[in-house]
Design a protein around this ligand. Structure first.
Ligand SMILES: O=C(O)c1cc(C(=O)O)c2c(n1)C(=O)C(=O)c1cc(C(=O)O)[nH]c1-2
Length: 228
């Protein structure tokens, strides 16, 4: 496959798919951005998203174990540090716990995992299993939804500041820090996917992995949206 052509085609296809299927279009996110969620609904989202969040370093450890090149492992291991913390940085999971407190949850509630909805458990479990069982190309390609997460977080930060002033500003720190990390991580993942995409079939599998991940994120929000 012509490399330049393949790179342009892959990114174009991901943008087309994201426009249809990425969770920025989910009705729950649209209501969040319009300021229509109750405090209880926002708390439900934060608690259930923590279940996703705490499994990100676990799925990244599965990916790390597949990488043969030390330079690739050196890059990927940073993702685990970003979430779990290192040195003076408490890490993204700790910032998410503080987000929980800012919306009125106790960190013990988040850490216990009680209250995680069945649909969220299934969606997150499917993502971890996918990264454990599939090829490095597919596992890394499934992270490419992160190409679209930073813009969504910028929208979310503005919407929270405007519509939910009862949330302590400290709660926004996770998203504020994640915008830059997400841009960097997704560019690195794009480079790896390009490196490993040699055939039409590789291209098809990368696109399928991205589509699967859009469905994971969408299913998670479906479960939260239907919670009573
Ligand atoms: O808040 C969001 O909308 C959102 C989306 C995504 C994503 O698109 O996968 C991630 C995150 N946040 C996030 O915070 C995060 O750490 C993250 C890691 C990954 C991944 O697949 O490796 N996605 C995402």
């Amino acid at each position: 496959m012509n490399t330049a052509l393949a790179e342009g085609t892959l990114e174009q296809r991901l943008h087309e798919l994201a426009a249809e299927r990425y969770h920025h279009r989910h009705p729950f996110n649209l209501r969040m951005h319009d300021g229509l969620l109750t405090p209880a609904q926002l708390r439900c989202w934060v608690l259930n998203r923590f279940h996703y969040q705490r499994h990100i370093p676990i799925k990244d450890a599965h990916i790390l174990a597949k990488l043969q090149d030390p330079a690739h492992r050196r890059g990927w291991i940073r993702r685990i540090h970003d979430h779990d913390g290192t040195g003076a940085d408490p890490g993204g999971l700790e910032r998410w716990l503080r987000l929980g407190e800012a919306v009125g949850l106790h960190r013990a509630e988040l850490l216990s995992g009680e209250g995680v909805l069945p649909g969220v458990r299934f969606a997150v479990g499917a993502y971890v299993s996918f990264c454990r069982d599939k090829s490095p190309l597919e596992a890394v390609a499934s992270s490419l939804t992160e190409l679209f997460a930073p813009d969504l977080m910028v929208t979310r930060i503005a919407a929270w500041e405007r519509h939910y002033p009862w949330i302590e500003p400290e709660g926004l720190r996770y998203f504020q820090g994640r915008v830059g990390q997400g841009r960097r991580d997704s560019r690195e993942a794009v480079d790896l996917v390009h490196l490993w995409t040699e055939t039409e079939d590789d291209h098809r599998r990368a696109v399928a992995a991205f589509t699967f991940k859009c469905d994971v994120l969408w299913s998670l929000l479906d479960a939260v949206d239907h919670a009573r």
